[in-house]
Every structure is written in structure tokens, then in C-alpha cells.
Design a protein around this ligand. Structure first.
Ligand SMILES: [Zn+2]
Length: 285
């Protein structure tokens, strides 16, 4: 499955048990400092539920592939695309969707990413949905900040925490083991935004989406220091290696080859923006 690293295994195992005992909650609040692991786990859960393979979720049956590529009619993601808030319009859309019966599955899955950006009116509209779901549904709100979630919403969801001190420490160790000095790690500070943007860029590349070019530009804007640039390439390589381990040899090998190419180009002082553009264009073909 997509990037379910060991760090998330505990939460995923908990959800698997709930699923196997037919005890999945109607609504969850996933709390994750960088939102990446939580969102991956949300997709993982939808795959688990819908997988037709033997080792669920296999990530390769028709259902899993539809879910991972964002094309499953019963698995929907709502997020504040480029906006600062998730407004009432998006929740209204969700409301309409929620009233519909599942198309292919028995249950529909709704993921609301960056739920801390829900406006007050949107949060209140959502509250009704959580209280009286019209059709069978599992709603997963994902946030990096529980304090910004209305208490009334919090109390109606089952909270699953992905942020642990362990995770923070192991991230530092991982960076130290990959050529970052303690000073580098300090300078980097909170990398959650950078990591999230890089993740989008990476996924868009794999999907050969034109959006990858937009994300490339945004990333180049965000990553001003050499350290941050180094961090982006570290993440891309790490994820490419994960593809290899998860049986997606073709994508993984191709990505690693392209990234090695970029390593060479970096020595000729090509700007980050041009490097990322080059990468995105390689994948757009
Ligand atoms: Zn499957």
C-alpha cells in the first residue's frame, strides 16, 4: 500500500481490528503533525474496506487502484485547495454527496484534510452530517491541530493520534543518518509544510498531472535555503525507495534514475525551480 510506514502501523492495526470486528466508527478525527501519514492511513482504510484481493489491502486490485488514484466513486477527499479556509460551499457539496448511496461499495468514505481550516459555519454544517448520516458513511477528519477543531465536532469523533515524540525523534535520527548535520536539522525546524507540498508534488508526478508543474514552482518558492532543497530531494528519494519496497519497481526505479540525474545537474548550479521543472516534465510524458 501507499507509504504506510512502520510508524503508522499501530494506528492501522487498530483500524484493521475495528474493521474486522465490524466496529468501524462513523467518524474519526486523525491528528497528525504533518497530515501525510494520517491521509495515507485514511486511504489505506478505504482500500482495506474495498479490497478484493487476498492480502487486504493489496494496493493492486481494481478497487485499490481506483482509490489510490483518486478515482473511486465512493471515496472522496475534500481539502482547502490553495485556500486558507474550508468554506460552507465545500461542505454543502459534501452534504449533497453524503446523501447519495454508495455506487460501487457498501459504505462511502469522506476524507476532510486540514480540518482545522473549516470555517465556523462549515464546521456547524458538518456537525449535522456527523450526527445524522443519511447514507452509510465513514467520515475522517484530518488535522494537525486539535485545538482548532470545535469541541462539539471533537466529541462526535473517535480520535486517533499519529503524532508521537517517538515520531519526532526518529525523524531526527533519520536525517542524521542521511547526511544532515545536527545544525542542519536545527535549521530545518518544522518541515511539515515543506513535506506536505513535496508529497503533493510527488503524487502529481506519479499521476503525470500537469499540476506537478504548479507544485514545482510553489516548492521552489518555499525552499529558500540549501538545507530545505536538500530535504526535498531526500524525501523524493526516500519515497521512490518505498515504491521499490512496495512492489512498484517500475515507478520507483524510474524516479530514482531521474533523481540521480538531478544530483548531477545540481553540481552545475541549476536552480531548484529548473530542477523540479525538469523532473515534472520527465513524468508528464
Ligand atoms: Zn485491493
Amino acid at each position: 500500500m501507499v507509504n504506510i510506514a512502520e510508524k503508522g502501523a499501530k494506528q492501522a492495526e487498530f483500524l484493521r481490528q475495528a474493521f474486522e470486528q465490524n466496529k468501524l466508527a462513523h467518524s474519526y478525527l486523525f491528528v497528525d503533525a504533518n497530515e501525510v501519514q494520517a491521509l495515507n492511513t485514511a486511504y489505506w482504510l478505504a482500500c482495506l474496506f474495498n479490497c478484493t484481493g487476498k492480502n487486504k489491502p493489496d494496493g493492486s486490485c481494481q478497487n485499490c487502484r481506483q482509490i489510490i488514484s483518486g478515482n473511486h466513486p465512493d471515496v472522496l477527499l475534500v481539502e482547502p485547495e490553495g485556500k486558507q479556509s474550508l468554506g460552507i460551499d465545500q461542505v454543502r457539496l459534501l452534504k449533497e454527496e453524503l446523501a447519495k448511496s454508495p455506487v460501487q461499495s457498501n459504505v462511502r468514505f469522506f476524507f476532510i484534510n486540514e480540518a482545522q481550516k473549516l470555517t465556523l459555519s462549515a464546521a456547524n454544517a458538518l456537525l449535522n452530517l456527523l450526527e445524522e448520516p443519511v447514507a452509510p458513511v465513514v467520515t475522517i477528519l484530518i488535522t494537525n491541530n486539535t485545538d482548532q477543531i470545535l469541541p462539539t465536532i471533537r466529541s462526535r469523533t473517535q480520535i486517533i493520534n499519529f503524532t508521537t515524540n517517538e515520531a519526532i525523534n526518529s525523524k531526527t535520527e533519520e536525517l542524521l543518518a542521511n547526511g544532515f548535520s545536527p545544525n542542519d536539522v536545527n535549521d530545518l525546524g518544522d518541515t511539515s509544510k515543506l513535506e506536505q507540498k513535496t508529497k503533493y508534488f510527488y503524487q502529481e508526478m506519479l499521476e503525470s498531472s500537469s499540476l506537478a508543474l504548479v507544485s514545482a514552482h510553489q516548492l521552489a518558492e518555499m525552499a529558500k535555503s540549501k538545507n530545505e532543497q536538500k530535504y526535498i530531494f531526500f524525501l523524493l528519494k526516500k519515497w521512490a525507495q518505498t515504491e521499490l519496497m512496495n512492489g512498484k519497481q517500475q515507478d520507483g526505479a524510474r524516479m530514482l534514475r531521474d533523481l540521480l540525474e538531478l544530483d548531477k545537474m545540481q553540481y552545475s548550479n541549476v536552480s531548484l525551480r529548473n530542477l523540479l521543472d525538469y523532473l515534472a516534465l520527465q513524468w508528464k510524458r
